[in-house]
Design a protein around this ligand. Structure first.
Ligand code: GTR
Length: 413
């Protein structure tokens, strides 16, 4: 339950017009990215791609493309694969880029399985333990995290799985919605001990990062922006209707990506919790201290100063959510996802939605919706899926229907 006696920084900061907000937005993003996720070293780069396979899949009435995407800087080139499914239609289709947190084979990037099904008190005790272990854990976060939590592999093949809720190709092809996915770990492995070894390496990031240098979440967000450039080149896709979506750690990255890259028309952080859509102040479950105990490589080194000091942050997560305005923001939660804290995710979206009022919309209601219900107010939406921490077909449908309503002009303001 979110505490109510908190001082939460005001996202509008006195802005009364959209023009005033747009100046403030630029400052907010600069400051927030520097402090929390870290910045990409300022090196020129080029993105190119090569389609390795293009095949018609009759059972889906769709085209499957497998592409290799290359990012090049003066320090080298890095290539990772992208899977695409496009429904066959006689018009351009909307599409989403998924930053995929699952893997094709067993890798270290897994949801700690012991968190699943835990009661809030048990999770809180685990977090407390993590915080008290802060120093020790930081020495070898990846090993400590798996030792404390264990791992449960969830495998997904983006090129051949059609019926996985994380990547429901069959259902979305029927709805005329294009799907583009890449494994986050292919862009940059989710392993503190190996960071940097993927995209971050060709930008000159070293093991010892400077205080405001990018962490892995920012690298994944950047990778999704590079993928968007490729998606814009596909003639089957409406380049004004491209969303970015991710779940959990990749929901945080999707939010960062969509907030920063205005080429994305829509953003869905799903189950993104701590350092995603959830307000840090008053949050239950995961905290800024515990997340950095396990995953220090996700953030800028400077963010460590806020471990256990949420109240001192000059912003909160609704500032990042608001940076999506006036584009489409849709936040998804699972009703049993105590670690992410749906109430704090809803509060983040609701407070951020005040910025959309500058564009003539009403903003989200203060009340959370019932489970398995979506709230859609103009370009801002929130839904609460009944169930645990995961990305499921229902979440995808909520995003697709929200985008549809906005496109057809039928979303109430
Ligand atoms: C957890 C982490 C969460 C979330 C999750 C996931 O271990 O504490 O912030 O990102 O992993 O990615 O599934």
């Amino acid at each position: 339950m979110h505490k109510t006696d908190l001082t939460i920084p005001d996202v509008l900061g006195g802005c009364e017009t959209a023009a005033a907000w747009e100046c403030r937005r630029a400052d907010i993003l600069e400051n927030l990215v520097q402090t929390e996720y870290g910045k990409r070293p300022d090196l020129p780069y080029e993105v190119s791609w090569s389609e390795r396979l293009r095949a018609s899949i009759d059972e889906l009435n769709a085209v499957h493309i497998h592409t290799e995407l290359t990012v090049r800087t003066e320090l080298g080139a890095y290539t990772f694969p992208v899977a695409v499914f496009l429904p066959k239609r006689d018009r351009k289709v909307p599409a989403a880029v998924l930053i995929c947190s699952q893997s094709k084979s067993i890798q270290p990037m897994q949801l700690p399985s012991v968190m699943a099904g835990k009661r809030p008190q048990e999770l809180a005790a685990m977090a407390k333990q993590a915080v008290s272990n802060f120093r020790t854990v930081l020495e070898n976060p990846a090993r400590s995290a798996s030792a404390m939590f264990g791992t449960k592999p969830v495998l997904l093949d983006l090129d051949s799985d059609y019926d996985n809720g994380h990547w429901p190709v069959r259902a979305m092809m029927k709805r005329g919605f294009g799907m583009v996915g890449f494994y986050a770990a292919d862009a940059e492995p989710d392993d503190a001990a190996r960071y940097p070894s993927g995209l971050a390496k060709i930008f000159g990031t070293e093991k010892e990062r400077s205080p405001h240098e990018w962490g892995v979440l920012a690298v994944w967000a950047f990778a999704a922006s590079c993928v968007r450039q490729y998606v814009c080149s596909l003639e089957e896709v409406d380049e004004k209707q491209i969303a970015v979506i991710g779940h959990s750690r990749c929901g945080k990255a999707a939010l960062l990506c969509g907030a920063s890259d205005t080429g994305f028309a829509a953003v869905m952080p799903n189950g993104s919790g701590c350092c995603g859509a959830a307000l840090s102040r008053g949050k239950s479950g995961e905290s800024i201290a515990s997340i950095q105990a396990f995953f220090p490589h996700w953030f800028a080194p400077s963010f460590r100063q806020y471990a256990g000091r949420e109240g001192e942050l000059p912003f909160d997560q609704h500032f990042l959510l608001a940076a999506v305005a006036p584009r489409l923001l849709h936040v998804g939660s699972g009703s049993e996802d105590f670690w992410a804290d749906p109430r704090s995710e809803h509060l983040g979206a609701q407070l951020a939605s005040r910025v959309w009022t500058l564009y003539g919309e009403d903003g989200l209601p203060v009340q959370m919706p019932e489970a398995d219900t979506a709230q859609v107010c103009g370009h801002v939406g929130y839904h609460l899926r009944r169930g645990p921490h995961k990305l499921d077909t229902y979440d995808w449908i909520c995003l697709q229907e929200h985008m549809n309503r906005v496109r057809e002009g039928t979303a109430e303001k």
